[in-house]
Design a protein around this ligand. Structure first.
Ligand code: 13P
Length: 251
């Protein structure tokens, strides 16, 4: 049985005071949630969030890492640095990183390897654009994003990864994939993984991301292959994020 996981990607949003309010709001109602919960603040607020989540079941993640251990990489942050600040997770290969910052799937694979080497779970993001879906290329795109990671990680390492399917056309648009559309891609990801390792395919958590909100979460979580959500906009509001976490009960 896979456990539900809800991850909030705050992206480049928040201030010291808004984050205090958000965390206080989340923690006040935490007892109503049974899923795993992860928040991914901007790096500069990790230490502040760490102060809030001590003694709670909330975990913390970074939004990106550099795959090098250290060195002359101005502005970058390593997996070890995130681990030092109390992160258990890191988002890897978010579509905004791929499209705005030119990350390739090979870079993404190296980031997965680097994070696992420091005990951090990579949340590997994959997803197609609108044009790619219209051209019937969704499965090819997902495969091309997964294969470099499969090539780099052995089965034991792969079993630790979380995958997030985020169709680019559903991110921040208010246009979520239908539960069936999402489940079809999740099933395809599981099937692709099964060719490498059946046990990992059955047990890996695959989250859906793209305009998840309190109203569509229940239906999405009702699908067989959807194990949780990667939430952007709605994770910035305590009530909305909590409603999604409360809906994340897998049956
Ligand atoms: P939205 O939930 O705002 O569509 O963002 C999704 C996302 O990109 C999470 O990583």
């Amino acid at each position: 049985m896979r456990k539900a996981l809800v991850v909030g990607n705050w992206k480049m949003n928040g201030t010291g005071s808004s984050i205090d309010l958000l965390m206080q709001g989340l923690i006040a109602q935490l007892a109503s949630c049974s899923s795993g919960i992860v928040v991914c603040p901007p790096n500069v607020y990790l230490d502040q969030v760490r102060g809030h989540i001590e003694q709670t079941t909330i975990s913390m993640g970074g939004q990106n890492i550099d795959w090098h251990d250290n060195g002359a990489f101005t502005g970058e942050v390593s997996a070890e640095m995130l681990a030092d600040l109390g992160c258990d997770f890191v988002l890897v290969g978010h579509s905004e990183r791929r499209t705005l910052f030119g990350e390739t799937s090979e870079d993404v694979a190296m980031k997965c390897e680097a994070s696992l080497s420091k005990g951090i779970i990579p949340i590997l993001c994959v997803g197609e654009t609108q044009a790619q879906r219209q051209n019937g290329e969704t499965q090819d795109v997902i495969t091309s994003q997964l294969v470099p990671v499969f090539d780099k990680l052995d089965s034991d390492a792969m079993a630790k990864v979380v995958i997030a399917y985020e169709p680019v056309w559903a991110i921040g648009t208010g246009r979520t994939a239908s539960p069936q559309q999402a489940d079809d891609v999740h099933a395809f990801i599981r099937q692709t993984l099964a060719e490498k390792d059946l046990n990992t395919a059955n047990n890996i958590q695959i989250l859906y991301g793209g305009s998840v909100n309190a109203s569509n979460a229940v239906e999405l979580f009702g699908m067989q292959n959807i194990d949780g959500a990667l939430v952007g906009g709605a994770s910035l509001d305590a009530a909305s994020f909590l409603a999604i976490c409360q809906a994340a009960v897998l049956v």
